[in-house]
Design a protein around this ligand. Sequence first.
Ligand code: THU
Length: 150
Amino acid sequence: MFTQGEVYCLAVSSLNEIPWDVLRAHARNATTKSYAPYSHVTVGAAGYTSDGRIVEGSNVENASYGLTLCAECSLVSDLTRQGGGHLVAVAIVAGDGQPIAPCGRCRQLLFEHGGGEMLVDAGDDAPAHRLRELLPGAFGPNDLGARSNQ
Ligand code: THU
């Protein structure tokens, strides 16, 4: 659909290109779609793709607690459902509208679709993180071919 390398680098070359306010607004709206009857922690996530689309996700809990789907998981589903793409930035917020740290599993999920350069919102008072800072030494798609015995 697109060449990941070049498009990706252009899209994240400047923090100013990321529409953080728009992303945060989408993430906050997504918290209203969350299903969180057990923790009551509503979470919304919004991602910006290298071709300028916005994808969203909300957490979906389950009576079997460990099966809960995080908002980022739902976001990745939305991305795939839209036909795929490459994430350049994500904003994740809780029901209070403030940034929430992505859990370990979600850092790995996001890495698959955004790589280490993807930006993760840290709020107004701090610069955005790169995913490689939140998930150093990540295992990713490139490791599969390199480590396969076939
Ligand atoms: N949660 C997310 O949606 N994303 C994260 O990265 C951290 C945690 C959700 C899962 C659960 O529904 C609630 O927050 C409390 O853990």
